[in-house]
Design a protein around this ligand. Structure first.
Ligand SMILES: NC(=O)c1ccc[n+]([C@@H]2O[C@H](COP(=O)([O-])OP(=O)(O)OC[C@H]3O[C@@H](n4cnc5c(N)ncnc54)[C@H](O)[C@@H]3O)[C@@H](O)[C@H]2O)c1
Ligand SMILES: O=C(O)C(=O)C[C@@H](O)[C@H](O)[C@H](O)COP(=O)(O)O
Length: 557
């Protein structure tokens, strides 16, 4: 069964033949260096460069200050808007926008569409002092008339949050020459970025690619003095690299090794870390880095959420599952005797760096487990993911970290990560605290969490979710939401990836009791997420007891 794509992908497509115009759009404050850096980037790429302000002057036949004086700002913004909208459709090069352009709603809309087509909007984040000094040089900026520094600061306050939101790549340039900044932009352009935003979310990026861990200090920013690097022992090699990067950037690093996997996701471990942070004088402006699989990033996020009621944190996921799911979205927490993830908080990271280099040491079975959550995102929204999984099932099942980097599979995996994170970002952006739509990400988890608990967390999370998806597909079929072919498709796809599709190591009564403790349950009412067609899910409330049992019988044979 090959399913049809149902949603447009975001991010730069790999190996797709259609051209995205322009190659990159650069935005930033006056004096950020958009023109200098943009020209360097265009030169490095061998592409033309265009500056919106220069194009406008050509079009209106006069200098911008003169146009402002004669016709006023609103008229200028209209000309600017029309020119930018045209250039976004047909300029094949590096395009830098005027400082105020992204404040125009129609430009924001056009940039969002451009990003959806796979474009990169780069926010050149200059150090304010450096940018103000450059902006004042030479004059000729009507928006800075009067007290130029005070005007610049006021505009920065208004514009920075908007620029953060409309860009999908953020490049800090403090202390860099235009050439160095351009090289940084080039690195960013080679990466895939998923932007997470929303009305209740401080926007952040998930950067996906080889070497993205190098952005660690940029994402942490200048405020922290101390950084706690929380990781497990099996990822020591990667945490060594992170520690070096952090020390080079001038942070005092506390290396905190936690017990591996679910053994690290406990209140006792959290308590040990809180004591250590206290002993080492961690303040509210210090920060946490969580590095490792999903268990490590869940715990690190929980520490960040709770220490002094919340400090900055960055996730560096190193397992496939942590890259595609656990590190993004801000669900942090620990397991308790009562069950999986029952204690925690929604607390958003400042950024996520999914460095695919780290997958080179990932064992095959842990990689495979991550495919469970990848497939979930395909079933619930982006059916193109299912098609890619089908097409590459043999190579994915045979994943070998030692031969992964530089192989054809690397690009396939990067695309699966980007698509899966995009699905997650859409749900999280709309519903951070899981009041409705975010629950769809829990497809297969009601039964999955019960299996994990009954297996004393020795079953891997993604494997339990795979069985949970077959269970809930059976339930949906029994209740007439989907047909038996789609249930069979769950089994054939998941098993072709090396994931389990049945479980018979516990009683129905035990499973049922645990499903009642699931976070989606309300009072005595069981609630599930079920498919009604590929790529589309709905809530199922209080299903008939005999169907809940019969679906269990079907997966435990
Ligand atoms: N917060 C969320 O939204 C969310 C989403 C999905 C899953 N999770 C949680 O994530 C956890 C599962 O994550 P996981 O599958 O990564 O398991 P895990 O964290 O237990 O990691 C699996 C194992 O792989 C090791 N490992 C990780 N990266 C490695 C690498 N590059 N090289 C060698 N070894 C490596 C880990 O040390 C561990 O031994 C569960 O606790 C689950 O509840 C959370
Ligand atoms: O981000 C979410 O929301 C999810 O439900 C993603 C799940 O894949 C993930 O396993 C999550 O940890 C489950 O959360 P829980 O709230 O059901 O414990």
């Amino acid at each position: 069964m090959v399913v049809q794509m149902s949603v447009e992908r975001t991010g730069r497509p790999a190996g797709e033949s259609h051209v995205i115009l322009p190659y990159a759009v650069i935005i930033g404050m006056m004096g950020a260096g958009k023109t200098r850096v943009g020209k360097e980037v265009a030169h490095m790429l061998g592409l033309p460069f265009a500056d919106a302000d220069v194009e406008i002057e050509r079009e209106v036949g006069m200098k911008i200050p003169a146009y402002f004086e004669r016709f006023g700002e609103p008229a200028f913004r209209e000309v600017e808007r029309d020119l930018i909208l045209d250039m976004l459709e047909d300029f094949d090069g590096v395009f830098s926008l005027g400082g105020g352009a992204p404040m125009t709603p129609a430009v924001q809309k056009a940039l969002a569409l451009y990003i959806e087509r796979g474009g990169k909007v780069v926010y050149l984040m200059a150090d304010p002092a450096e940018a103000m000094e450059r902006a004042n040089r030479g004059g000729g900026r009507p928006m800075l008339n009067g007290d130029a520094d005070a005007r610049w600061k006021k505009l920065y306050k208004e514009r920075d949050p908007v620029f953060q939101r409309v860009a999908n790549a953020h490049v800090r340039t403090r202390g860099l020459t235009p050439q160095m900044a351009a090289r940084k932009v080039m690195d960013m352009l080679a990466e895939r970025t998923v932007h997470v935003t929303g009305s209740t979310i401080e926007p952040y990026d998930v950067a996906i690619g080889e070497g993205v861990m190098n952005h660690l200090a940029d994402v942490l920013g200048p405020k922290p003095v101390r950084v706690a690097l929380i990781h497990t022992q099996p990822v020591q090699r990667h945490s060594d690299r992170a520690r070096t990067l952090l020390r080079q950037a001038g942070y005092e690093v506390s290396d905190i090794v936690i017990p591996d996997a679910e053994r690290g996701k406990t209140v006792d471990v959290a308590n040990g870390i809180w004591e250590r942070l206290g002993d080492e004088g961690f303040t509210r402006s210090d920060a946490i880095v969580g590095l490792g699989g999903g268990a490590a990033t869940d715990l690190a996020g929980f520490i960040a959420a709770t220490w002094m009621r919340g400090v900055r944190y960055v996730n560096c996921p190193t397992s496939l599952l942590a890259m595609v799911d656990a590190s993004t979205g801000g669900k942090t927490g620990v397991n308790t005797a009562a069950g999986k993830n029952l204690v925690g908080s929604f607390y958003t990271p400042a950024g996520v760096l999914a460095d695919v280099k780290t997958l080179a040491t990932l064992p095959n079975d842990i990689f495979t487990e991550g495919l469970g959550e990848v497939a979930k995102s395909g079933f619930i929204m982006d059916t193109e993911i299912l098609r890619i999984l089908e097409e590459h099932a043999d190579e994915l099942r045979a994943f070998d970290g030692a031969n992964f980097l530089g192989s054809g599979l690397q690009d396939v995996v990067a695309e699966l990560i980007e698509r899966t994170v995009s699905v997650k970002a859409k749900h999280v952006s709309a519903d951070l605290k899981e009041a409705g739509m975010r629950e769809f990400l829990n497809y297969g988890h009601t039964m999955g969490h019960a299996i994990e608990k009954l297996e004393h967390f020795r079953w891997r999370h993604g494997n339990a979710v795979a069985v949970g998806m077959v269970y809930v597909a059976e339930l949906a079929c029994l209740l007439g939401y989907i047909d038996a072919d789609l249930v069979d498709y769950h089994r054939s796809l998941l098993s072709s990836l090396g994931l389990p599709i049945s479980w018979n190591n516990g009683s129905f009564d035990d499973v049922l009791a645990l499903m009642h403790k699931d976070k989606k349950a309300r009072g005595n009412t069981l609630r599930f997420v079920v498919l009604d067609r590929p790529g589309h899910v709905v809530h199922l409330e209080n299903p008939p007891a005999d169907a809940v049992r019969e679906a269990f019988e079907r997966i435990s044979r």
